[in-house]
Write a protein that binds this ligand. Structure first.
Ligand code: COA
Length: 177
């Protein structure tokens, strides 16, 4: 069982009980503003997503962590890793991503979880490079990526929705410097 403790958070695999809490997060238009095409995600799709995220953990040895507040045990969202193989111009990269309930923004939780996730990727799982594929203009996510030491590398376009994306990246050597 993969679990990471940070000063304030527990990053862990998913439980069935997490689905309604993640569904509330996915139903919030403020949260979804910069995710995909900006549409909210319904509860049935959230349940399917959680099941798929668990399968990805089993297949890849990494995935999206459920992020829980230590103390209260509340599910506050996710940070984690996934393949970006939908970009036809690239070799697949492993991307870091994050999504927290809006009541948990502005407290440093996303960065705390993302730092632990990046360390897990580069040190525990032995990856050489991690990217963050962000919709251009998503300032909150750009801020998290910058604090991780990631740098904007190139612009691309979403293959389905056609909006601009910025690929941020960090290599193991940069992380260790
Ligand atoms: C992107 C997202 C995760 C960022 O969350 P966030 O709370 O803004 O990010 P952080 O954890 O970095 O915290 C931000 C602020 O908390 C403040 N903060 C308060 N207490 C803090 C503490 N103890 N430690 C650190 N920062 C603290 C800081 O001022 C920090 O801002 P700064 O970096 O300008 O100083 C959040 O906006 C989100 O979930 N968005 C919706 C999903 C999304 O868009 N995902 C990306 C698309 S794929």
């Amino acid at each position: 069982m993969t679990e990471i403790h940070t000063p304030r958070l527990l990053l862990r695999r998913w439980h069935g009980d997490d689905v309604p809490f993640m569904a509330d997060i996915n139903a919030d238009p403020r949260v979804m503003r910069w995710v995909g095409d900006g549409s909210v995600i319904d509860a049935d799709t959230t349940a399917e997503d959680v099941e798929r995220w668990e399968e990805e953990w089993d297949e890849e040895g990494f995935g999206l962590f459920a992020v829980e507040l230590l103390g209260s045990g509340e599910l506050i969202g996710f940070t984690g890793l996934s393949w970006t193989e939908f970009f036809p111009e690239d070799l697949p990269d492993v991307a870091i991503g994050w999504r927290l309930g809006s009541q948990f923004w502005g407290q440093g939780y996303a960065s705390e979880a993302a730092h632990a996730t990046l360390e897990f990727a580069l040190q525990d799982r032995g990856l050489d490079r991690v990217v963050a594929v962000l919709r251009t203009g998503d300032k909150a996510s750009e801020n998290v990526a910058r604090k991780l030491g990631m740098v904007p590398e190139r612009e691309t376009t979403h293959p389905v929705h056609d909006f601009p994306l910025t690929v941020h990246a960090i290599d193991l050597s940069e992380y260790q410097a």
